[in-house]
Design a protein around this ligand. Sequence first.
Ligand code: CA
Length: 227
Amino acid sequence: MQKILIVEDEIQLAFGLKDNLELEGYQVEVANNGLEGYEQLTKSQFDLVLLDVMLPGMSGFEILKRIRQLGNVTPVIMVTAKSDEIDKVLGLELGADDYMTKPFSLRELFARVKAVLRRQSGSPISVTTPVTIGILTVDFANYTANHNGESVAMTPKEIEVLKFLWERKNQTVSRDELLTQVWGYDETISSRTVDNFILKIRQKMEEDSAHPKHIITIHGVGYKLIP
Ligand code: CA
């Protein structure tokens, strides 16, 4: 399970982001000031940091500079309240992997987090051309989906679940497999979560989601995708 640190002094924003990222299957820690953020980064391993620029204690730029000096290569997405180009460039020159300007949508956040983590893991995307499943055309490489040319909103996790099933099409995939392979084992994610994701995916790709023809439930075990 991938671990994200949010360094953000706006408490409400920090915990809102934490909740939403956790729903996407990440493990999330929050630091509410710069010193705490820096300390956490030097003590624990993270797969990604969302680093606010303006922070009490130590600025996001300072934190980034210091951890890079220590040889810490954790991917960093800088978050800034200013749309100032200089801030952006400065962040990237200091070794940030990406930046976001507040306010940003969850959709944008998920897409960037996903992209940075994907670059980081260097895991090759095996499916490079869009595939058609049910009424949906899915581009796994770009995390997009459409129906009759109209874009269909899907979360990165929904796309990943669908991709996992597609790569094992016509085979039964157990809930446990989905949990451990797509989410990574985590006791806070239950098989109910998997079922909820399947439900949402079906609503987007089945002609009639009440009578699914493409993601079939295998009772007591899991699911099977039939293209
Ligand atoms: Ca701030």
